[in-house]
Design a protein around this ligand. Structure first.
Ligand code: F6P
Ligand code: MN
Length: 323
């Protein structure tokens, strides 16, 4: 079975991008191991107290953030990084030409209940003259991403990766920490009968979204003429992984709980990288009004409304917003 480094080499991935991806995977193996030890670590040390080395026990999302930060900071091709867990971006190596944006532990509320979480990443190209300590340096549209992917920490640890030439999946061998190729050119079925949305927010959605989901719930007796199933894992990595595996539609739409937040998910760490994967696998990713990857970012931490998945079903959802 082909390992990630040899796959990247065989597909002529630029050496700097391959190095960043291999470095990120070193971090993700480390995070995967920490998650495996999670329950034991809880027994062996109490949060908020110092461990034997005098270090305060940290939450796993902070630990994951530190693991990725330390790895990227040591890489000459990384000019800077921005993390969902950090208020400000971090400049790395002056001569680097790449920026890495990441959500170190997506769905982290699932940790307490021993359910799937993940790491999401996005890589942008930049120029040597930009100041990577400034948020403005990172404000490129999703269409500019040179690579994106996620690592899902579930029953097995899986990487889904794109460098703009399709989506490929790799499984981590726990014995060696190598990521081995499982599937090349993953394709999302165009049609689906499965949707994912947090129904508890229903009353806060716009009428267009309310109407679409009401019709989904009507099943074969409604205008869509088919029965739908629903799933909600509360980790975007898990929802997108299910869609890349068997199709579906995932939505975290605009809601009016807080008018300053157009949705919950973050454009730069979640919306853009997941949209690149979905579109590279033949699916569609929209804000409900425009392709997510065409949104011009104005803030590294900005939020975005998300409707993504099987292309025909996303088009059905969008048709309600055009009415
Ligand atoms: O990162 C935000 C996130 O945890 C996503 O991974 C997930 O899809 C969503 O929030 C879950 O939201 P809620 O708390 O509304 O279920
Ligand atoms: Mn997240």
């Amino acid at each position: 079975m082909q390992s990630l480094p040899s796959f990247l080499q065989a597909h002529n991935t630029p050496s700097d991008i391959a190095a960043i991806l291999n470095g990120l995977m070193t971090s993700c193996v480390d995070i995967s191991n920490k998650l495996q030890q999670g329950a034991l670590a809880g027994i062996l040390g109490c949060a908020g107290e110092e461990n034997i080395q005098g270090e305060t026990q940290k939450k796993l999302d902070v630990i994951s953030n530190d693991i990725i930060k330390d790895q990227l900071a040591s890489m000459s091709m990384v000019k800077g990084m921005a993390s969902e867990e950090e208020d400000f971006p971090v400049a790395c190596n002056e001569n680097g030409e790449y920026l890495v944006l990441f959500d170190p532990l997506d769905g982290s509320s699932n940790i307490d209940v021993n359910v799937t979480v993940g790491t999401i990443f996005s890589i942008l190209k930049t120029t040597k003259d930009v100041d990577a300590s400034k948020p403005e340096a990172y404000l490129q549209a999703g269409t500019e991403q040179v690579s994106a992917g996620y690592v899902l920490y579930g029953p097995s640890t899986i990487l889904m990766l794109t460098t703009g030439q399709g989506v490929h999946s790799f499984a981590m061998d726990p014995a060696t920490g190598e990521f081995l190729l499982m599937r090349e050119n993953v394709q999302i079925p165009a049609q689906t009968q499965e949707f994912a949305i947090n129904m508890s927010n229903q009353r806060f959605w716009l009428p267009e979204m309310q109407n679409y989901v009401a019709d989904l719930l009507q099943g074969e007796e409604g205008p869509l003429g088919k029965r739908y199933n629903m799933r909600w894992v509360a980790a975007m990595v898990a929802e997108v992984h299910r869609i890349l595996t068997r199709g579906g539609i995932f939505m975290y739409p605009y809601d009016n709980r807080d008018p300053s937040k157009p949705g919950k998910l973050r454009l730069m760490y979640e919306g853009n990288p997941m949209s690149m994967l979905i579109e590279q696998a033949g699916g569609k990713a929209s804000t409900a009004h425009a392709p997510i990857m065409e949104v011009t970012p104005t803030d590294i931490h900005q939020r975005v409304s998300v409707v993504m998945g099987s292309i025909d079903e996303v088009d059905v959802a969008l048709s309600y917003h055009k009415k």
